[in-house]
Design a protein around this ligand. Structure first.
Ligand SMILES: [Zn+2]
Ligand SMILES: [Zn+2]
Length: 137
């Protein structure tokens, strides 16, 4: 079976093609926001000699789909001996701080700990647990 080229500099090899695989330049790279970005991970190989485009190749079956479905890692357990929370995305302007607090603390004391720069409000508070909507903007 012929070896097909995918990476820049490989020999193409499609139907005996002797062209050299090149890569399209990355456009609209947004790695500064979340690397690696879609533009950088999208297939970019192409061969000028035969017109092959990696992005037009049928997607190869992914081995990983045969195994167990991917599970998100267990979240870190919260520590109820202090005010402790994890962030849950809420809207563009706020985050939910979903957390725990020691029972001896009052709502005001807990709020002093969780209130961010832009303030916020409790959506739920009681029995050692709270949800605090924190404004981020
Ligand atoms: Zn990028
Ligand atoms: Zn080719």
């Amino acid at each position: 079976m012929t070896q097909l080229g995918y990476l820049e500099g490989d020999t193409c090899g499609r139907d005996g093609c002797e062209g050299v695989v090149e890569s399209h330049r990355v456009v609209n790279c947004s790695c500064h926001i979340s690397p690696p970005c879609g533009a950088c991970t999208a297939p970019r190989g192409y061969c000028e000699a035969c017109g092959w485009e990696e992005s037009e190749d049928p997607t190869p079956p992914l081995e990983s789909y045969k195994g167990k479905p991917w599970q998100p890692p267990e979240p870190r357990p919260l520590d109820p001996s202090k005010v402790d929370w994890r962030f849950v995305p809420h809207t563009h302007f706020s985050m939910i701080k979903d957390g725990v607090y020691p029972p001896h603390m009052s709502r005001e004391e807990v709020e002093r700990e969780v209130r961010g720069t832009f303030g916020g409000r409790f959506e739920q508070f009681g029995n050692g647990r709270f949800k605090y909507i924190a404004y981020t903007d």
